[in-house]
Design a binder for this molecule. Structure first.
Ligand code: ATP
Ligand code: MG
Length: 679
């Protein structure tokens, strides 16, 4: 028996059916931990091994880079050697990036285009608002959000011009139009463009679409409930009339509506593909029955499109602990000491523990406690590696190498390290660039430069330009990594770090980050080469920039560490022991959602959190919490009341109103469970 046959045999009947079904489009809709992702992984191997589809004709899309890496690894275990070469397992944004890179000429972009991150995009929007409208740019955040929504909905500026909206919307639409024009001028795309541009391209160039459809013989999508309009369309376009695809999802885990995700895309499939087959999975292989029951009862409070039952035969398991703490400090203290105690008692690893919370800001206290107990931990989605100043500096150099028209990158590094090029010089250079309609870097080489700048300034600018051109040439003609390393030494960036850091130790740490960045670049080039791509520097840098935006922690090695992350980031993952902190009204559910009457999405978030736990689930809250420098009394989260009270065991101080109220709710939820389980 081949490894893949063996693997399929281990699956239950429904899972097997989902793996082997290829005649029409397939939707697997099922609750958490029922093996949706496992089905995708096994199916990829099955398609290659048994159906004879070539790996390079299969495209699998997942939600995070981490998930993509894991999936590739698992397929690699089932299918050895060359057979899995060329397989595409990526995020939507990575897929879009690949398409844009291959088709950039048709799209009117030069190769080596830049990808603007949130911050770059925000500065540009601000600048437009200030320059064009004499606005203070204070609303730039909202405008950025609005533009992002429009892009996800596939609405272009010209579509908006004739639609009457509020004055704010009309103003935002005007900024949108300018913003897109600037991006084009900078030879840059933003995060949302990575999906939008390929879908528009496919719409407008059927011949290009046909080419891609010929490549994609089978497509698989995980976490389908979180696709937005443009992602939905991209899938639809790529699979075309052939419609060979499998998507898996869980409407109860839709937690990205705020970013334009449309769980309705699940029902839309039936409309767009009448031959759609639907498979439901019901057995959960992750959690104890008690944890599942809690999750089922909680989510039963939301209205349901799809009827789902979820059960597990892992036994009832331990009660769910609810720990009430006096303060947020006590809460963090309690979780940290509890991990030490539990780990000793259970004899397991730190990596068996995950701490989840609603917002990134909640990590600070618990981090401090973990540090003081010397508990190793890994923080996902915290301060980004890529948002560190030194990394941003060198990234800007790299961006300028692949896209000399990236004015943002140019401005960032023109004086880092100091080159005595002052603001007046830059203003004049900028005016010249505007006049000639070229980028700042190109303007550095303009013959008229010495007419607007002093002799000294001209010399400095020219020197920089020539040097940068040499570096670029070395990158493209020789070994790119050597060229980048030489560039970093050339500018003596290390000395610069010593000048700008608080201590030699800090400077050293920052320099290590730079070498880590160079290593990442090298790895990225190697990876591409292994997959049979050219692995050029443009591609490597584009991938780094994208990874930066998508997943902030990325390269952290998976050693024995407690995992800290937001509930959003925990999607798809599982841990034997899970803590959910800050179970308080206004935190979970979040205040904004209470105000917007959007409790259902918060409940789904809680559902995602609960269902990450395999064996032990602990919920904590603080009776007092600091906000805006003041200490407030808190109210325990309504979700605590919605849980089956008979399965909870309380520790610590309870808030006054709790016992009776909770008991009553317990009875109510018990009856809802009974009806759910049908007895
Ligand atoms: P989520 O909704 O959280 O993304 P999921 O539906 O994708 O969950 P998986 O992550 O694929 O579920 O599977 C959950 C766990 O169950 C994994 O540890 C997986 O290895 C295990 N599993 C899946 N199917 C089986 C099976 N047939 N037998 C034993 N274990 C299984
Ligand atoms: Mg999954």
């Amino acid at each position: 028996m081949t490894p893949i046959e063996k693997r399929i045999q281990q699956l239950n009947d429904r899972q097997q059916e989902a793996c082997k079904y290829i005649s029409t489009p397939l939707l697997v809709i099922a609750g958490a931990g029922s093996g949706k992702t496992s089905v995708i992984t096994t199916k990829i191997a099955y398609l290659i091994d048994t159906c004879g589809i070539k790996a390079h004709n299969i495209v699998a899309v997942t939600f995070t880079n981490k998930a993509a890496r894991e999936m590739k690894e698992r397929v690699g275990q089932l299918i050895q050697g060359k057979a899995s070469r060329g397989l595409t397992v990526s995020t939507f944004h990575n897929l879009g990036l690949n398409i844009i890179r291959k088709e950039c000429k048709t799209l009117g972009y030069k190769s080596g285009f830049s990808i603007f991150d949130q911050q770059d995009a925000l500065s540009l929007i601000k600048e437009i608002m200030i320059r064009q409208y004499d606005d203070d740019g204070g609303m730039a955040d909202q405008v950025q959000n609005q533009i992002s929504n429009w892009k996800n909905e596939m609405l272009m500026p010209e579509d908006l011009m004739n639609v009457s909206g509020s004055p704010e919307e009309v103003a935002a639409a005007v900024v949108y139009e300018r913003y897109n024009r600037y991006l084009k001028a900078y030879n840059a795309v933003d995060f949302d463009d990575l999906i939008l541009l390929p879908t528009l391209l496919f719409q407008n160039h059927p011949e290009v679409l046909e080419k891609w459809q010929r490549k994609v013989h089978y497509m698989l999508v995980d976490e389908y409930q979180d696709t937005n309009t443009s992602q939905y369309l991209l899938v639809k376009q790529l699979v075309g009339m052939r419609a060979k695809f499998t998507v898996v999802g869980d409407d109860d885990q839709s937690i990205y509506a705020w970013r334009g995700a449309r769980p309705e895309n699940l029902t839309q499939l039936k409309v767009d593909f009448p031959s759609l087959k639907v498979v439901k999975l019901e057995q959960n292989y992750r959690s104890t029955s008690r944890i599942l029951k809690a999750a089922n009862i909680l989510i039963a409070n939301n209205p349901h499109e799809f009827d789902k039952k979820l059960w597990s035969d892992y036994g009832m398991g331990e009660e769910i602990r609810v720990i009430a703490c006096k303060s947020e400090d006590a809460e963090a203290e309690r979780v940290a000491s509890d991990i030490i105690e539990q780990r000793l008692r259970r004899g397991n690893h730190y990596s068996d523990y995950a701490i989840l919370y609603r917002g990134n800001h909640q990590s600070r206290l618990i981090e401090m406690k973990l540090q003081s107990y010397q508990i190793p931990y890994n923080l996902s989605g915290g301060t980004s590696f890529f948002s560190r100043t030194e990394v941003k500096d060198i990234m800007a150099y790299l961006k300028l190498i692949v896209n000399p028209d990236d004015d943002n990158a140019f401005l960032r590094i023109i004086n880092i390290p100091r080159r005595e090029i002052g603001p007046t010089t830059l203003e004049k250079l900028s005016a010249l660039a505007n006049q000639r309609d070229v980028s700042l870097f190109t303007a550095c080489d303009d013959i008229g430069l010495d007419q607007v700048l002093s002799e000294k300034a001209t010399a400095r600018i020219r020197q920089f330009h020539n040097w940068m051109q040499r570096v670029t040439q070395n990158c493209y003609q020789g070994n790119a990594i050597d060229a980048v390393t030489e560039m970093i030494r050339d500018i003596d960036y290390e000395a610069w770090l010593h000048q700008t850091s608080n201590s030699p130790a800090q400077a050293e740490k920052r320099m290590n980050n730079i070498w880590f960045l160079v290593e990442s670049l090298q790895r990225s080039i190697h990876r591409a080469q292994e997959d049979g791509d050219e692995g050029d520097i443009e591609d490597a840098i584009a991938k780094l920039v994208l990874r930066d935006m998508m997943e902030r922690q990325e390269e952290e090695e998976e050693t024995d560490k407690v995992q800290l992350m937001t509930l959003h980031a925990s999607k798809g993952l599982e841990y034997p022991n899970v803590y959910i902190m800050g179970m308080e009204e206004e935190l979970l559910p979040h205040r904004n959602s209470i105000d917007d009457d959007n409790i259902e999405e918060e409940r789904r978030l809680m559902y995602v959190g609960i269902t990450r736990a395999k064996r032990v689930l602990t919920l904590t809250y603080a009776a007092k919490r600091k906000q805006y420098g003041e200490i407030f009394n808190t109210t325990p989260s309504r979700f605590l009341e919605e849980l089956p009270q008979e399965d909870l065991t309380w520790q610590g101080v309870k808030s006054k109103e709790d016992p009776e109220k909770l008991k009553a709710h317990g009875q109510a939820t018990l009856s809802s469970l009974k009806s759910l389980l049908g007895d």
